[in-house]
Structures are given as C-alpha cells and as structure tokens.
Design a protein around this ligand. Structure first.
Ligand code: PA5
Length: 451
C-alpha cells in the first residue's frame, strides 16, 4: 500500500511558497480531462501499458522461456538493454535485495550491461563461463546501436567457444520489425515480443522486464497484481476520491507552473530504492522534457545524500520540490545498544530503521520551517505487490503530468538527433541523415576556441 502525506506543500505550513488546497482542487476538471484522454488512448490501442498488465498470454510465454533456460542449467543470464529496456529490470533486481528472503530465490545469476564501456564489458565477459551463460538482448526497436554492437561482440566469442551457441541466445523485441527480430527469425533464436504500443520507459510490465525478473526469482504475477490493483483503483474512483496519484500530479504541475519549482527531487530513503529512482528519472525526463517545458528530475538517496546535496536543497535557490519515498517496514532491523555511552542515551534501544525515519522527518521539518515544499510517499514494505503498485502509480502520474503540460509523454523526438550524428560520425550513409550531414559540415567549418 502507498500512503501519501502532502502537508508540507500547503501555504498553511510554508506560507507564500505553498499552495492552497483550493488551488489543487481547482484543477479537478483538467485532471478529469487528462484521465479521459489517457483512457481514450488506452481504448484506441495507441497506449498499451494499461492493458499489458493483464496480458496473461505474455506472462505464460515469459515463464515458458525462463523454464527452458533453467532446464539448460545456465548459471548466468546476461541481459543487454538500454534505457527503458533495462532500467525496470535493474530496479527490480535491486529492490529484490531489499526483500528478506531474496537469497533463496534466484535460480540463475542475472547481470546487466546497460552501457558500452569496453572495460566493464570485458570484466563481465571475463567473469562468466560462456557455455553456462544465456545472453538476452532486449530492444524494442530491435536495432539500438549499443545493443547491436554488443551482440556482435558476444556472437563472435560464442562462435569460437560454444557449440550450438544459438541456444545461448534469447531476444526480446518488437513482434515484426528491426534487425534483432529478423536475425532471430532467420536463425531460429528464441524470442519474446514487446507489444508495439508500449514504449520503453512504460515497459516495466512487459517481457523485457518480466523475463529477467522471473529468472531472478521474482513472483511476476504478484508484481502484475500490484499494478492491476492500482490501475483499477485509480480508474474507478473520482480524481480526488482517495486517489492521491492525481493530487501528486497536480502538485508537481502547480509547483512547476506557478511557483517556479523547476527541479523535482525524488528523494528515496533506503538503499534498495536507489535504482527505482534511476528508473523514475528516466520515465519522468524522457516523457516530459520537450517543447521547452518540464521540471528536471534529480534523484537523491537518504540518509546518504543528507551529507551531499541537502545543504543546497535547504539554503540554495528556491527552485525545488522534493518527493520523499520511504518504507514503513524494512523486514529486518537492528537495535542500537548504546548503554554506557551517556551522550548517546537517546539512541539506546532504537531500531536502526527508526534512526533513518527520524532523520527523514528531521529533514522534512527543517525544509518546512525554511518554507521549502516537500511531500512524502510511504510504502508499507518492499515486495512484488508494492513494487507493482509503485511503478504503475509513477507511470500514471507522469502520463497525467504530460497531459496537464499539454505535451506527448509517449514520444522522445529529442533523443533521435544525437543518434543520427553518431551514425554520421561512424560513417553511415543514408538519405535520412542528409539534414544532419549539412549541419555537421557547417559545424566543422567553425574554428575551435584557442586556449
Ligand atoms: O523509453 C524509451 O523509449 C527509451 O529509453 C528506450 O527504451 C531506449 O532508447 C532503448 O530503446 P530500444 O528498446 O528500442 O532498444
């Protein structure tokens, strides 16, 4: 369950920097319109993440593919994916380490290559036995350059070291198009589909995330039940009828548009939520950062970052809204025994999680006294169900903020330009690059600045 606390955004607490409750409520018709528009996109099939969470056939395919993997006794599943095609699985892998019984679960060691740092790749390659490793390439478009280039490297080594090496490969990609799909079809490689209408950063409930998640021992049905429960709850009630995701979307939107809060800080308290905050940053930034608008997401982890950025958040520019995320139950705890150390009498008998929570509450209070807005989300615990709820809530919140900002939260036109220049620099010749080719010529004609 997710609990929200919005007290510290109110003008009754942070005076002129805060919002009146009536300002939030006055957004009701826009929120209803946003939800209606998203519902239309869902019904027309243009946006698929709402329905993918109840795609039982997809779940069955994921489980069958994973069971085949287990039957071959692979030791390692090595997953290659970028952005939305890897961050969800990385977030779930880390969150799982925050579950009390995680050590008992994994049937195969799951590792990731998210970047193309050659030394990182070499170190991973040196640490695995190719014969006992299944290589999983996740790419919705099926031709993302980082994935394809690593595929060629892995394929070359596999060809030299493993007989019938194609059995060691699995692709997760678009149903019809793209290089990996074509290669899989022509070479009999195992393949799982990603639905056409689910974009990378909304794909946490697709095979791209669920396959590695199942392999690492996660109960993927429980995860999807969490998402489904959250979806049905939000869709069947009024936007202000105990439906805090809409209040949260309204708060982020209003602080950005009316209070110059250009930076949104998702501030998680707990080490096993760090990767969640990276997943959330990508979802938020790639969905909302366009048409010259959007707050900038800057993740932080408490209590660690209290000794890092907090000074800036407390006394720097009044341009930030902070959204804390914390846990009610860690599932495990220590009790501090400070008997005999009189100056620490207040620590004696405290649970370590209480120390962490009191630090968070202290920061919240200090921010509020300094008239700086924050709100808090509390998760009852880390398990598959709560991760399903949390991730669905975030996707809905971001989609709604997109609607309020009147931008399309489901595309990413700005990412293409850099890719095109990279293709040109690598010597690709293609009519679709003619504009960038001219721009590159003009750029190269400008002399560098002497220093
Ligand atoms: O959210 C997105 O759409 C992107 O971050 C993509 O997931 C990322 O660029 C990887 O794309 P692909 O899955 O096509 O390889």
């Amino acid at each position: 369950m997710l609990e929200f606390n919005f007290k510290n955004i109110l003008s009754s607490v942070i005076e002129e920097n805060g919002l009146e409750e009536s300002e939030i409520k006055s957004l009701e018709s826009e929120l209803v319109a946003a939800r209606r528009k998203l519902n239309e996109l869902r019904r027309s099939g243009e946006v698929g993440f709402y329905n993918e969470i109840s795609n039982i056939a997809m779940v069955d395919e994921v489980k069958i593919a994973a069971e085949r993997l287990f039957a071959k006794n692979f030791e390692t599943l090595y997953v290659f994916g970028m952005g939305g095609s890897s961050l969800g699985a990385i977030f779930l892998k880390e969150a799982m380490c925050g579950m009390a019984d995680h050590n008992k679960r994994s049937r195969v060691n799951v590792i990731f290559s998210e970047n193309i740092d050659p030394v990182y790749l070499k170190n991973n390659i040196d640490s695995i036995d190719f014969k006992k490793t299944s290589f999983c390439f996740v790419s919705k478009s099926a031709d993302t350059i980082e994935i394809v280039s690593q595929f060629f490297i892995v394929k070359e080594i596999l060809e030299k070291t493993v007989e019938n090496y194609k059995d060691n490969l699995i692709f997760i990609t678009d149903k019809k198009s793209g290089f990996l799909r074509q290669y899989a079809d022509e070479n009999g490689i195992a393949v799982l589909d990603i639905a056409k209408n689910v974009g990378g950063r909304y794909s946490i409930t697709t095979a791209g995330t669920l396959f590695p998640a199942y392999a690492m021992g996660l109960d993927i049905e429980k995860f999807l039940r969490g998402s489904l429960a959250y979806r049905d709850n939000i869709l069947n009630k009024g936007v202000f009828e105990n439906n805090p995701v809409y209040t949260m979307a309204a708060v982020i939107y209003l602080f950005y548009t009316k209070k110059n809060r250009n930076i949104f800080v998702p501030f998680v308290y707990g080490d096993y939520l760090r990767e969640f905050s990276r997943w959330f940053r990508q979802l938020f930034a790639e969905s909302l950062g366009k048409d010259l608008i959007s707050p900038t997401p800057v993740p932080a982890v408490g209590a660690t970052d209290q000794h890092s950025q907090l000074q800036l958040y407390m006394q720097g520019p009044q341009d930030k809204l902070i959204g804390f995320l914390c846990l009610k139950d860690f599932g495990w705890d220590f009790t501090v025994n400070s008997t005999g150390f009189n100056e620490f009498y207040y620590l004696n008998g405290k649970k370590l999680s209480d120390v962490l929570m009191n630090e968070l509450k202290g920061v919240e209070l200090a921010l509020a006294i300094n008239k700086r807005p924050s709100f808090r989300i509390t998760l009852d615990k880390i398990d598959e169900f709560s991760m399903g709820e949390l991730s669905f809530m975030c996707m809905e919140a971001v989609a709604v903020i997109g609607m309020l900002l009147k931008i399309n939260p489901f595309d990413q036109p700005g990412v293409e330009k850099g890719k095109k220049f990279a293709y040109l620099l690598m010597g690709r010749k293609d009519d679709s690059l003619s504009k960038e080719s001219e721009e590159l010529k003009r750029f190269n004609a400008i002399p560098d600045m002497p220093y």
